[in-house]
Structures are given as structure tokens and as C-alpha cells.
Design a protein around this ligand. Structure first.
Ligand code: NAP
Ligand code: ZN
Ligand code: ZN
Length: 347
């Protein structure tokens, strides 16, 4: 067992504090990773604060992990000491069910093993990337291509794949009009990725405050959803809308922005239900769908795509003692566009 420094929440209502956690011994198929950077995803906040249900505490979140391999088990073939690697939202799955066999481990019929807050195969509760080291089975570790700095790569492991996967699945590309709702961690990656795929991209943000950034990131146009005229002007315009908002929004009014057969894909995961007026669906044969992260193969594909197109996340690197402040800023939509923890500051 390896005892490592970490930041963890003692309960749903307390700030995160410095602590230590245990990592298992490196097994035959395991890789020991020295974590260099870990992104702060809004899901970390939802989870530790109990928005999605009760958790086991103390809980160290973090599922946007970038680091270097420092040890490998004897049976490991995919990674070697010194490799630049990443770990995202899952660290295992059953590997046998229909969905796992298709490479869609995130939809494992027996439930994927989340990087934190999940029951691992040895019965312990997984602990995430706000720590200095992690031990992960080699099949759930991906390669970070040379062209992407490790700090800018970390957020790709969740924000990147969560937006890449639905953009690919719903065919974002030349001739397609894609709207991204919410310009935060996921949203800014959705803009970069959809633009790189060749789609025409529109940002739908609460205000025009971040318009200059949005256009620089690759958006062709930018609208404020606080202005009712936006919904009139853009009616029936988009083939695909990716909703990244972490809070409930009026889905029906966004559905009206879809063209015939368009789809609104929710990746945002507020705890509350999102009611839909069915007329906003049936009046345009529209779909309202959801999507969770992406499989391991697709995560590697996304990283390679980002390297090929020179993409990484726009980040603000912070020391560990600023994690709680960063949480408040994320909750206030004051993030440009992902906080990344420098793991060397974990003590
Ligand atoms: P984030 O950085 O906080 O971005 C969310 C953005 O939504 C904000 O920047 C803001 O953009 C907008 N927003 C926030 N509150 C709003 C409100 N009340 N009304 C309208 N817009 C609002 O969060 P994130 O890390 O990108 O995560 C976004 C959501 O996706 C979270 O719920 C997270 O749990 C979920 N998630 C899901 C998956 C998945 O697999 N499906 C994976 C990762 C994360 P503007 O300022 O531009 O309006
Ligand atoms: Zn995430
Ligand atoms: Zn499975």
C-alpha cells in the first residue's frame, strides 16, 4: 500500500482539506502514475456536495488526470515508465458486457467503476485525482500525445471526451450548424472541437461577457440567452445543440432552435429533472438526448485529434490551497475555462 498526499472533502458540507489516502500495490496489470495536473470538473462539485446522492467520505475527487508513469506491473504491455498518460472518469468496467465489448465502457451494463466515489473490485471506495499518485489498471490509462502540454491535456480527459463523443455521434462537421449552451469547462472544449471538425459553431451564453473569448476559441457567432430576441432570431436554425449547463434551463425553448430532425444533447447533469413540452419535439421531429463521457478507445481518438489540431484546454493552473476558492468561482460561472491543480503543491 502506498500512502499519498491528497485533498479531500470530509463531508458534503465542508471545504476540502489536505489529507492522505491509500493507493493499492501495483498489481500485474497496473500502472502507477505520478499525477502532475488534475482538472476541476463541475461534476467534482456536484459529487462532493451530494447533489447526485449520498457519498462515502472523506472523498478526494478529480477525474481529469495527467501524469507520468513511474512503475508498471509485470504483465503491463500498453505503457512503460516515463510515458505521459491520462486517466478520465472511469478506472474499470466489467469488460464483458455488450457495451464494454463495443468499447462503450462508460455504459457498462454492470456499471463502470468511477475514478472516485465508486466501489472498486476489492471493495474499497475509489479516490480521485486531487492527489499525487494513482494506481490504475493499464486498459483504463490513455496516452497523452507529445504535442499537448500535460496541464492543458488534463481537462481533455473529461471535458474533452464528454463533448467530443456526442459531436462525433451526432455528426458535427462541414455543413452542420452546432450550438453550444454554456461557455464553461465543457462548453469551451465543445466550441474548439466542433470548430476543428468543420461545423459552424454558435455559443449560447447567459450574457455577452465572454463573447471575445468565444469567437477566439472558434465560434462563428455568439448570443446571450438572457435576451428573448435570441430565441426568435435563432428559431429552427441548428442541427445539433450541446447543452453543457450545470443547472436546470428551459429545455423546450432551446428545442425550438433546432431544425427538422435536429437533436439537443444534454451533457450537463443538474440534479433536478428537466421538464419538456412535447410540442417542442413533435413540431420538428426533434430529439432530446443525453450522453456520458466516452469510451477508452474514443478517448484516445479524441486526444490524438486534439494533438493533430493543436487543441488543449484554456486553463488557470492553481495550487492545491486554492481548490475551495476555485469551487466558488466555478459555481459563479467565473472560470476561464478550466481550473487545473498543480499536483506538486499537494505537499
Ligand atoms: P462549468 O465549467 O461550471 O460550466 C457550466 C456553464 O454553464 C457555465 O460556465 C455557464 O456558462 C453555464 N451556466 C451555469 N449556471 C447556469 C444557469 N443557472 N443558467 C444558465 N447557464 C448556466 O461546468 P462543467 O465542468 O463544464 O460541467 C457542466 C455540467 O456538465 C455539469 O453539470 C457537470 O456535472 C456535467 N458533466 C457531465 C458529463 C457527462 O458525462 N455527461 C461529464 C462532465 C461534466 P455561461 O456563463 O456561458 O452561461
Ligand atoms: Zn468531469
Ligand atoms: Zn460491461
Amino acid at each position: 500500500m502506498l500512502t499519498v498526499n491528497a485533498y479531500a472533502a470530509p463531508s458534503a458540507s465542508e471545504a476540502l482539506v489536505p489529507t492522505t489516502i491509500e493507493r493499492r500495490d501495483v498489481g500485474a496489470h497496473d500502472v502507477l502514475i505520478e499525477i502532475k495536473y488534475a482538472g476541476i470538473c463541475h461534476s467534482d462539485i456536484h459529487t462532493v456536495r451530494g447533489d447526485w446522492g449520498p457519498q462515502s467520505y472523506p472523498l478526494a475527487p478529480g477525474h481529469e488526470i495527467a501524469g507520468i508513469v513511474t512503475e508498471v506491473g509485470p504483465a503491463v504491455t500498453r505503457h512503460k515508465v516515463g510515458d505521459r498518460v491520462g486517466v478520465g472518469c472511469m478506472v474499470n468496467s466489467c469488460r464483458e458486457c455488450e457495451n464494454c465489448r463495443k468499447g462503450e465502457e462508460q455504459y457498462c451494463l454492470k456499471g463502470m467503476t468511477g475514478t472516485y466515489g465508486a466501489v472498486d473490485r476489492d471493495g474499497t471506495i475509489t479516490q480521485g485525482g486531487y492527489s499525487t499518485h494513482v494506481v490504475v489498471t493499464e486498459d483504463f490509462v490513455v496516452r497523452i500525445p507529445e504535442g499537448i502540454e500535460l496541464d492543458a491535456a488534463a481537462p481533455l480527459l473529461c471535458a474533452g471526451i464528454t463533448t467530443y463523443s456526442p459531436l462525433r455521434h451526432w455528426g458535427a462537421g462541414p455543413g452542420k450548424k452546432v450550438a453550444v449552451v454554456g461557455l464553461g469547462g465543457l462548453g469551451h472544449m465543445a466550441v474548439k472541437l466542433a470548430h476543428a471538425m468543420g461545423a459552424e459553431v454558435t455559443v449560447l451564453s447567459q450574457s455577452l461577457k465572454k463573447m471575445e473569448d468565444g469567437l477566439r476559441l472558434g465560434a462563428d457567432s455568439y448570443f446571450a440567452t438572457s435576451d428573448p430576441a435570441t430565441f426568435e432570431e435563432l428559431a429552427r436554425s441548428f442541427d445539433l445543440i450541446i447543452n453543457t449547463v450545470s443547472a436546470p434551463i428551459d429545455i423546450s425553448s432551446y428545442l425550438q432552435l433546432l431544425t427538422l430532425d435536429g437533436a439537443l444533447v444534454n451533457v450537463g447533469a443538474p440534479a433536478e429533472p428537466l421538464p419538456v413540452n412535447v410540442f417542442s419535439l413533435i413540431t420538428g421531429r426533434r430529439s432530446f438526448a443525453g450522453s456520458a463521457i466516452g469510451g477508452i478507445r474514443e478517448t484516445q481518438e479524441m486526444l490524438d485529434f486534439c494533438a493533430e489540431h493543436g487543441l488543449g484546454a484554456e486553463i488557470e493552473v492553481i495550487p492545491a490551497d486554492k481548490i475551495n476558492d476555485a469551487y466558488e468561482r466555478v459555481l459563479a460561472s467565473d472560470v476561464r475555462y478550466r481550473f487545473v491543480i498543480d499536483s506538486s503543491t499537494l505537499g
